[in-house]
Design a protein around this ligand. Sequence first.
Ligand SMILES: [Zn+2]
Ligand SMILES: [Zn+2]
Length: 366
Amino acid sequence: MKQRVQRSNEALVVQENRSDGNEVSVKVGMSSKVDRRQHSIDWLRVWPFISLHIACLAVFWIGWSAVAIGTAIALYVVRMFAITAFYHRYFSHKSFKTSRSLQFIFAVLGASATQRGPLWWAAHHRYHHRTSDTLEDPHTPRHGFWRSHCGWFLGRQYFRTQENLIKDFAQFPELRWLDRFDLVVPVVLGTSLWLAGEYLGHAYPDLETSGLQMFVWGYCISTVVLIHATLSINSFAHRYGSRRYKTSDDSRNNFWLALITLGEGWHNNHHHYSGSVRQGFFWWEIDISFYLLKVMQWCGLIWDLRPVPERKKWSHQQRESAGIASGELVSGELMSEEPVSGKLVSGKLASGKLVSGRLVPGEVLS
Ligand SMILES: [Zn+2]
Ligand SMILES: [Zn+2]
């Protein structure tokens, strides 16, 4: 791997020529030394996250029942849908429209997933897209696996909501309230499950459940699995899988991650065109959140779903055919959004700039 380092007024830019042929520009706003110092874990404020994991161990004492496991699975699916379809595709990317009431209902369901409020979540995610896999990216695996998976949001500098990145939704006071008091909904959900378990245990003893059992399975275990499945998109989906589109980041498409996250595993597709409501661009790319959103559209609950433009969807094939038609692609790589310069050879030596798969003559590059 070759590295080229440039210094501009503010930023350090590292360009890497990786072994797979991609040239990746890493914009560094601060030195890695400063970055590590700033990333200090705030242990006092992360105790709910740690406690949640410890509470799962209670399962060895309270056992299981069909109703408790069924509740855990149902809450996983409903809340994963709220995170993927609304926290991500709606609040972060505005890939469809809905009413203010449904916006709030799904903001509450998303908050019950215990991944902070919708404004905090969406603002950080928008920042991720702006800085993907640079050292400014809060959760690039280039910081190391554990920091990209869960260390980043346990750090002091990421507790605040970056309101300048989410002004469009910050105008709704109900969303600001959810963001400010982000532990209220999880506490209400946990308490309700406990009370429901107590009631079922007394009214229907054949179910063999209890308040504690419903709390541990329905809230603790379901939520911990849900959190780590969501986080796997930040960590695994920027490391393991295939790359259909040559995006300027490390995003990958991964079938197994798409399965457990209801469609988010098509992460290379998503970084290629993040405005699309669907992340599985092709029919064989299972995207359960998209299917459910289509049902909601048919019911009139959401509208103006943004598709992936055909030009973007097929741009990987255009790139390949352009290379064959014009001659042998000697060096250079067409990246998704940005025109990337390269040198083409067609019979005699012809140099130019490869823009959107076409050879633009006149600009001789070395
Ligand atoms: Zn990403
Ligand atoms: Zn996104």
